[in-house]
Design a protein around this ligand. Structure first.
Ligand SMILES: [Zn+2]
Length: 136
């Protein structure tokens, strides 16, 4: 992978970097070059704050090879404060804790290890905010 592409992908993984349409203000994540609402190609980078609410979730018991080491895991639909719904893995939770509508925040976590010698990839996941208002 060439370096510029690596860094572009990295900024998407380590931060919630999307796009904001400069014509109608629509936000997209993952970033899209063409606005879904007004079809404009004019957009600028937009960084989401990483706070949201749990819309729904599902537990994954079977998984492609590289995720095998972490099954079962939970994939959630998260409604970001900015009004965009994204898919993300949950982390740092007790299953009995999970409640639709609960507050979530983004954290950076290990996604998977690419073989014993491969790189460990990190990316965003979401975790419950147990005491909303208290930053950790
Ligand atoms: Zn637009």
């Amino acid at each position: 992978m060439d370096i510029p592409r690596y860094w572009r992908l990295k900024s998407q993984r380590y931060r919630l970097q999307g796009r904001r349409c400069t014509d109608c203000g629509s936000l997209s994540f993952p970033p899209r070059q063409v606005c879904m609402k007004c079809k404009s190609r004019n957009s600028e980078p937009y960084e989401f704050k990483g706070k949201g609410k749990l819309y729904s979730y599902t537990t994954i018991y079977q998984s492609p090879d590289r995720f095998e080491q972490i099954i079962p895991y939970v994939v959630a639909l998260v409604d970001l404060e900015e009004g965009v719904r994204i898919t993300a893995q949950l982390t740092d939770y007790f299953p009995e804790q999970l409640e639709i509508g609960m507050d979530l925040e983004m954290v950076i976590r290990q996604i998977y290890e690419d073989g014993p010698r491969g790189p460990i990839l990190y990316g965003y996941k979401f975790r419950p905010i147990l005491c909303p208002g208290i930053e950790s």
